[in-house]
Design a protein around this ligand. Structure first.
Ligand code: HEM
Length: 443
C-alpha cells in the first residue's frame, strides 16, 4: 500500500492505469474514509461492515449504480441486468430468476465437465511456459459459449470469440474524460474504438437469437441453455426482445472473465503453497474417481472450494462495488450528502486488518465448512450482497470446482522458472499484469 497521499494528477494517472494502487495504508486500517473535494464530488469509502450492509442491503433503494460505471458499461450492456436500474432492473431480475434455478445450474454441470476435459488435453502438447491467465479466459469462454448457445452461433464461432475478447478489452478501459467528470457530448476514444466490435457482435447475437427462435416456433428440439431460457423469459411481464439481447451480452461480459480471473489466481496461489496444493490434489483424485455426477462435486470437494473462495478473497475479480447516494443519509452522527459516491471495496475489505487474522496469507481453512461462520457476511463480498448480489454465483462456483477437478487430477501447475511475480491490476476485473507464466507437468 501507499504511505503518502497522491496529488490530484497522480490520482488521475493511477485511476487510469490501475485503481488498486490508490489504496494506501489507512484504507486497510480504518473502517470509513471520507474524501471531500475528490474527483466527481464527495466520496465515501465504506470499509465498515455495518455501513456496507446499510448501503447494499438495508437501504439499497437509496443507492444507484455509480456514475463512472454506468458511463463505461451502459453503452455496451444497455438494459442488461448489471446496468439496468429501477423498474427495468426489478422486472428483469424477476424474469431471470427461473434461469438460474438449481435445476438449470445442475443441467450445466455435464457441458462444463465435457468442455473442461477437452480443454485439459491441450497441456499434452504444451512445451515450456504458457500464460495461465489467458488459458483460463479461453476455458471459461468455451464453457460460456456452450452453456449460453450450446455453440449454435450464427456465422464463424472463432470470429465471434475474437470479437468477445475485443469487447471485454473495451469494457475494461476507463476513459480519463469520465474520471474527470467531463460532459457526455465529448467523444470518448475508448468508446469509439469498441463501437465497431460491438455493432458486429450485436448483429451475430441477433442472428443467433433468430435461429433459435425459429426452431422454438417450429416446435423443434432445442437445448435447455441460457439462450432458450432467456427466450422463454420474454413476454409482457418478462423481458422485451431487446432486453433478451442485452442480457446475452451481459452474461458474456459478466460471466466468463470473472471466473477466469478467479481460477487463474487460485492456480497461482496453489503453485506457491505446496501443502495446500497436495490437499486439493488428494481431494480431487478421490472425488473425481468416486463421484460420477459432476453436479455433486461442489459439496464433495469442500477443500477445493475453500481454496477457490480464499482466492476470491485475496484477488476478488470484482474489486469494487460502487454506488451513488440518491438522497442524503446519516451515518454515525454525520450527514452524508445526496450524490456522494460510495465505494464498497472487496479488494480492501478482504485484506482489512480489523477483520482478518493474517490478512495477506493464503489460508483456505478460513472457508472450511466449520470455520466459515466466523467470516462476517459483510467483510467478504466477492459476489456482492443484497438485491443486486451476483445472479451467477452458484454457476461460477460449480464451474470453478469442476474446472479445478478436471485440470488438477491430470496436471500439476507450477510457476515457470524466472516468471515475474504477477502484479494485480484493476481493469474490468482484477488481472495479473503480464499474465501468469506457468508450466504443466503430468501427475
Ligand atoms: C453481479 C461478481 C460470475 C452475472 C455481480 C456483482 C458482483 C459479481 C460483485 C455485484 C455487482 C454490484 O452489486 O454492483 C462475480 C464474480 C464472478 C461472477 C466474482 C465469478 C467468480 C458471474 C456469472 C454470471 C454473472 C458466471 C452469469 C452467467 C452477473 C449479473 C450481475 C452480476 C447479471 C448483475 C446482477 C444484478 O444487478 O441484479 N457479479 N460474478 N456473474 N453478475 Fe456476477
Amino acid at each position: 500500500p501507499r504511505t503518502t497521499p497522491p496529488s490530484f494528477l497522480q490520482m488521475v494517472r493511477i485511476v487510469y492505469r490501475n485503481p488498486l494502487e490508490l489504496w494506501g495504508e489507512p484504507s486497510y486500517n480504518e473502517p470509513v474514509i471520507h474524501v471531500r473535494g475528490g474527483i466527481g464530488g464527495p466520496l465515501l469509502i465504506a470499509n465498515d461492515p455495518a455501513l456496507v450492509r446499510h448501503v447494499l442491503v438495508d437501504d439499497a433503494r437509496n443507492f444507484r449504480m455509480a456514475r463512472v460505471r454506468q458511463k463505461i458499461l451502459r453503452p455496451i450492456l444497455r438494459d442488461g441486468l448489471l446496468t439496468a436500474e429501477g423498474e427495468t432492473w426489478k422486472r428483469g431480475r424477476k424474469a431471470m430468476a427461473p434461469v438460474f434455478t438449481p435445476r438449470h445450474i445442475r443441467g450445466f454441470a455435464g457441458p462444463m465437465l465435457a468442455r473442461a476435459e477437452r480443454f485439459a488435453a491441450i497441456y499434452e502438447t504444451r512445451d515450456g511456459a504458457f500464460d495461465m491467465a489467458h488459458d483460463m479466459t479461453q476455458l471459461t469462454y468455451e464453457i460460456l459459449a456452450e452453456t449460453l448457445f450450446s455453440n449454435e452461433i450464427a456465422g464463424d464461432p472463432d470470429l465471434f470469440g475474437d470479437r468477445v475478447e475485443r469487447l471485454l478489452e473495451t469494457m475494461g478501459r476507463v476513459d480519463p474524460l469520465d474520471l474527470l467528470a467531463a460532459p457526455d457530448w465529448l467523444p470518448r476514444i475508448t468508446r469509439l474504438r469498441g463501437r465497431k466490435a460491438l455493432a458486429f457482435f450485436r448483429q451475430i447475437v441477433r442472428e443467433t437469437m433468430a435461429m433459435r427462435r425459429a426452431k422454438l416456433d417450429r416446435g423443434a428440439d432445442v437445448p435447455e441453455d441460457f439462450l432458450t431460457l432467456l427466450l422463454k423469459a420474454e413476454g409482457p411481464d418478462g423481458l422485451t426482445r431487446d432486453e433478451v439481447e442485452d442480457n446475452i451480452i451481459t452474461f458474456i461480459g459478466a460471466g466468463h472473465e470473472t471466473t477466469a480471473r478467479a481460477l487463474g489466481w487460485t492456480l497461482y496461489l496453489l503453485a506457491h503453497a505446496p501443502e495446500e496444493r497436495l490437499r486439493v490434489e488428494e481431494e480431487v483424485d478421490r472425488v473425481t474417481a468416486e463421484v460420477n455426477d459432476p453436479y455433486d462435486w461442489l459439496d464433495a470437494m469442500p477443500y477445493t472450494r475453500a481454496a477457490f473462495e480464499e482466492a476470491l478473497r485475496l484477488y476478488p475479480p470484482a474489486p469494487s462495488i460502487n454506488r451513488e447516494a440518491i438522497a442524503g443519509f446519516e451515518w454515525n452522527g454525520e450527514t452524508i450528502a445526496a450524490g456522494t459516491q460510495v465505494l464498497v471495496m472487496p479488494w480492501v475489505l478482504h485484506r482489512h486488518r480489523l477483520y482478518w487474522d493474517r490478512p495477506d496469507a493464503f489460508v483456505p481453512e478460513r472457508f472450511w465448512p466449520e470455520n466459515r461462520e466466523a467470516v462476517g457476511r459483510f467483510q467478504y463480498l466477492p459476489f456482492g450482497a443484497g438485491p443486486r448480489i451476483c445472479i451467477g454465483a452458484s454457476f461460477a462456483l460449480q464451474e470453478a470446482v469442476i474446472a479445478l477437478g478436471v485440470l488438477m487430477r491430470r496436471w500439476r501447475f507450477d510457476m515457470a522458472p524466472g516468471a515475474p511475480e504477477p502484479w494485480p491490476v484493476q481493469k474490468l476485473t482484477t488481472q495479473p499484469e503480464g499474465g501468469l507464466q506457468m508450466t504443466a507437468s503430468a501427475r
